[in-house]
Every structure is written in structure tokens, then in C-alpha cells.
Design a protein around this ligand. Structure first.
Ligand code: GAR
Length: 183
């Protein structure tokens, strides 16, 4: 069964891998980084993959691909660029989802995990939200909290957060797709 989701990423693609491994079919993957490991993951899974360094070209092409592949949901999985207003407003509301390694609205942007440690926060977590025109903003769909241990480093905390991400992103995307089917 095709799930008609597309993924935008800039880096490692561990969330993409988790989504694929758990059985969601991805229509295409696109990146602003031609060297992103996530593109290799897509290729190995026989998923069409594209990259454009120029993000305004990327956005134009992705909008066309969304129509060509009849995509129903666009998932950002470590896409480290802010989407333009024009791009976001060209798509139906709640069409784009993002995953972020903090309890938003805390620690937006890059280095969210480092920010939490430097802040000596007691808790941090994972947020999945719909994307609007602001950075790491938009309606929060799901959050999961974890305690930061005294001996946590950015690396150990990232490892624990990513374990959560890999389960939670799949579950949440599945939930959204099922809900869309019923609407
Ligand atoms: C993930 O931890 C995701 O939450 C974060 O980038 C990582 C990508 O990992 N996204 C953001 O910080 C968005 N602001 P991955 O490439 O291994 O999936």
C-alpha cells in the first residue's frame, strides 16, 4: 500500500530509515545537501531521491514533485533550513510535519540538545508539530519528555532522544495518515 508521504532532510536520515524500516512507503526524498547520508538511505531503499543546493529551486521542484507523486503529507526529518512563506502557503494547512529534539517552544533551532544541557534543564524531549512559517513553530501534535541525567553528554542525550524519535515519528505519521483517510 502506498502511503504518499515525502521526506525532506539535510543529514544522516536516521528518522527516514526508521520510517522506512517500520513499513511506511515514501514517495520521494529531497535534500538541500547533495552529500546527505539520508539520500543514500533512500537510494538503497529504491526511493526516488533528489537534491538541490539552492533552496528556492528545491522548494519549486518539491512543490512540483508533491503533485506528480500525489503526496498527502510532507515530513521534515532533520531538514535544517527554514521553509519560505511562499512554500508553506502553497500547501494545504497541516500538510507539513516536523520533528524536533526538544520540548518546543523551548530550544528552537540548531543545537537544541546542547542548549538543553547548557541550560541545566531537568527535562527535555521530542516534539512533533505541524509546520508554519516560523522556525520550529506550529501546532504541536505530540511531545514526549525525558529526564536529563547528571552525567548526560550531548551525545548520550542525543542517542536517547533519537530512540524516542524513531518510534514516535513513525507512530505519529501513521496516526495522521489514518486520520486523513477517514476525513
Ligand atoms: C533529529 O534529531 C531531528 O529531531 C533534528 O535533526 C535530527 C535529524 O536526525 N531536527 C531539528 O533539529 C529540526 N529543527 P536524522 O538526520 O538522523 O534523522
Amino acid at each position: 500500500m502506498r502511503h504518499n508521504i515525502a521526506v525532506l532532510l539535510s543529514g544522516n536520515g536516521s528518522n527516514l530509515r526508521a520510517i522506512i524500516d517500520k513499513g511506511l512507503e515514501v514517495s520521494f526524498v529531497a535534500s538541500n545537501n547533495p552529500k546527505a547520508l539520508g539520500l543514500k538511505i533512500a537510494k538503497n531503499a529504491n526511493i526516488p531521491s533528489y537534491s538541490w543546493k539552492n533552496v528556492s529551486i528545491l522548494e519549486k521542484e518539491v512543490l512540483k514533485l508533491i503533485i506528480d507523486y500525489d503526496v498527502k503529507l510532507l515530513a521534515l526529518a532533520g531538514y535544517m533550513r527554514l521553509l519560505s512563506k511562499n512554500f508553506v502557503n502553497s500547501l494545504p494547512s497541516k500538510f507539513i510535519v516536523n520533528i524536533h529534539p526538544s520540548l518546543l517552544p523551548k530550544y528552537k533551532g540548531m543545537n537544541a540538545i546542547k542548549q538543553a544541557i547548557e541550560d541545566s534543564a531537568e527535562y527535555t524531549g521530542v516534539t512533533i508539530h505541524h509546520v508554519d512559517v516560523e522556525m520550529d513553530s506550529g501546532y504541536i501534535i505530540k511531545q514526549e519528555r525525558i529526564k536529563i541525567n547528571e552525567n548526560d553528554t550531548a551525545k548520550s542525550l542525543k542517542d536517547r532522544l533519537q530512540k524516542i524519535e524513531h518510534r514516535l515519528y513513525f507512530e505519529t505519521i501513521k496516526f495522521i495518515l489514518n486520520k486523513k483517510k477517514k476525513d
